[in-house]
Structures are given as structure tokens and as C-alpha cells.
Design a protein around this ligand. Structure first.
Ligand SMILES: C[S@@+](CC[C@H](N)C(=O)[O-])C[C@H]1O[C@@H](n2cnc3c(N)ncnc32)[C@H](O)[C@@H]1O
Length: 156
């Protein structure tokens, strides 16, 4: 599994808990202090050290170096304006049957408000449109929290 935006480790803990016991989380973040805090949070949650691979760096520089078709899930929660590019990378990284997920898909209700045209809101709308129009994907929008937009990569 790949996580784009380790943050302080909250999402990583839940992703790791939802994976098989031998599943590995590859977590990318530009901020090494956040990655240190994430590692600490995983340890405090009782997760074995070897289950997380922390890669420091900008997502759009790191993701192209990861292996094609090698991941079951890509969870995106870093730069909103880069979401459309994360989708392109995720489609390459996911095996058939894998899922890409974007946090903040409702973006504090701005996505549904046509008067909001700022670059972050526009990028989140754009990734939603791209997923909806892509025949390779089955979309699902979960209205939990600030919205979780998921898409399953069809097996074909
Ligand atoms: C909203 S936080 C992620 C929160 C995390 N999902 C959690 O639950 O703790 C966004 C993270 O993206 C990271 N970030 C910002 N720009 C980035 C970039 N260009 N590439 C990778 N990570 C980036 C920030 O350092 C921050 O840790």
C-alpha cells in the first residue's frame, strides 16, 4: 500500500491495521519531522517497525520511482492541487482490483459550491471528473469526514 502524505501517522495506523499482518505501508512525505512523528505513532500503536517504509521527498518525485502494478491501494492526502497527477501515478502503481482513495474529496463543502474556484477546489473537482469519466475505474464517494473519493481499478 502507498500513502501520499504521512502526516503525523493517524491515517497510516488505520491503513496498517486494515492490512494483512505481513502487509507493508510505503509512506511518502516531504517533511521528515512528520515522518518521524508518524513512525513514533506506529510504534505507540504497537505496529512492528518493519511494516512501514518511510520515503522522504516530494510525492511527484517519489511516486514515479515506485514499481508498476505492485500495490493494492494508494491513499492520497498531500497537496490538493496535485491530486490529478496522483491519480495518474496511482493508475500505474495499482494492480488490477486495487483501489485509489483521496481524502478531503468534499473539501469543506467547497467542491459542491460553484462559486468556489480556487486552485485546490478546482483540482479536487478535476480528479472527481477524471475518475467518473475513466472506464477503467469504478468510483465511490464516501461522505465520511471531509469526504473520501475512492476508485477501484477494474480487473481486465
Ligand atoms: C494533511 S497532512 C497528511 C495527514 C495524514 N494523512 C494523517 O492522517 O496524519 C498532509 C501531509 O502532506 C505532506 N506534504 C506536503 N507537500 C507534499 C509533497 N509535495 N509531497 C509529499 N508530501 C507532502 C505534509 O508534510 C503533510 O505531512
Amino acid at each position: 500500500m502507498v500513502e501520499v502524505g504521512s502526516g503525523c501517522g493517524v491515517s497510516g495506523i488505520w491503513l496498517l491495521r486494515g492490512m494483512r499482518g505481513d502487509g507493508v505501508l510505503t509512506s511518502v512525505d516531504v517533511d521528515q519531522e512528520n515522518q518521524r512523528l508518524a513512525r513514533q505513532a506506529y510504534a505507540e500503536a504497537g505496529l512492528p517497525t518493519g511494516r512501514a517504509r518511510m520515503i522522504p521527498g516530494r510525492a511527484l518525485e517519489v511516486l514515479p520511482r515506485l514499481t508498476d502494478g505492485a500495490y493494492d491501494m494508494v491513499f492520497c492526502d498531500a497537496v490538493k492541487q496535485e491530486y490529478p497527477e496522483y491519480l495518474t501515478e496511482a493508475l500505474r502503481l495499482l494492480r488490477p482490483g486495487g483501489v485509489v482513495a483521496f481524502d478531503n474529496a468534499l473539501w469543506h463543502d467547497r467542491v459542491a459550491d460553484p462559486s468556489r474556484q480556487d486552485p485546490d477546489t478546482a483540482a479536487i473537482r478535476e480528479v472527481g471528473r477524471a475518475i467518473r469519466e475513466d472506464d477503467r475505474l469504478v468510483p465511490l464517494l464516501l461522505p465520511v469526514g471531509d469526504g473520501l473519493l475512492c476508485a477501484l481499478k477494474r480487473d481486465r
